[in-house]
Design a protein around this ligand. Sequence first.
Ligand SMILES: C[S@@+](CC[C@H](N)C(=O)[O-])C[C@H]1O[C@@H](n2cnc3c(N)ncnc32)[C@H](O)[C@@H]1O
Length: 256
Amino acid sequence: MIVFDDKKNYVAEIDDAGTEIARHALTTPEAFELLNRAWRRVSWDVKYIYAFSWMGRPFIQLPEDVLRIQEVLWEHKPDVLIETGVAHGGSLVFYASLFKAMEKGRVIGVELELRPHNRKAISEHILSPYITVVDGSSIDPDTVAEVKALIKPGEKVMVMLDSNHTKEHVLEELRAYGPMVTPGCYIVASDGIMEEVAGAPRTKPEWKHSNPQQAAITFTKENNNFVIEEPAWPFNEGVVRERLTYWPSAFVKRIS
Ligand SMILES: C[S@@+](CC[C@H](N)C(=O)[O-])C[C@H]1O[C@@H](n2cnc3c(N)ncnc32)[C@H](O)[C@@H]1O
């Protein structure tokens, strides 16, 4: 249990027997992290992330994660970002808007079931010249080959995985798209939050072990040229050290 007392300026963690096991002043990163744990759970239960859009298209992400991925894209400036899982297209439009502003880059979205109204809205969007959609399952060899054929020799590539989030599927995606990532860049296995919220509404018990976080861990164990590595924050004048995120252990970096 987490207790927040803003009169006495602390946050505390109490175990099941009622014993206080930790107490942190509100000025500390530990207090922030403990409250984030509560916030992540409540935000999940109230479907907080289903309330945002980017330039007209619904965008199903935690705003904190969106700002962090922006920092990574600005730092690496890829020629191509591949994203599996398009849904309404908000994330594709977001990446496209960054690439237009950076005057470099384009995005390839891979989607199993792009609904007609979403396809129309994406194709008619002012940023559509920066977007290519590939239809099919992200782990189908034909889809993977189609995506690969869209990348020109020497292009700098990053990947975002946001389709089916079972461990098995994400692991297959990591194996299929990992080799396309440019050394020094990331393949991001989003939504590892599933492990933490298993047991909450709209979850399944198997999320505890079948999730993108576990896929990333397994993938980095079977591949020496990939590590899970948090991108450095380009700016931090506060005391917070950990990302508030739905993407724990998501940033898989190709190191060679
Ligand atoms: C979480 S949503 C994507 C959200 C989107 N990236 C955003 O940020 O707004 C997941 C999407 O993945 C798609 N999907 C599920 N299985 C897939 C697969 N095997 N291959 C490609 N897309 C898949 C679903 O149809 C759904 O549209």
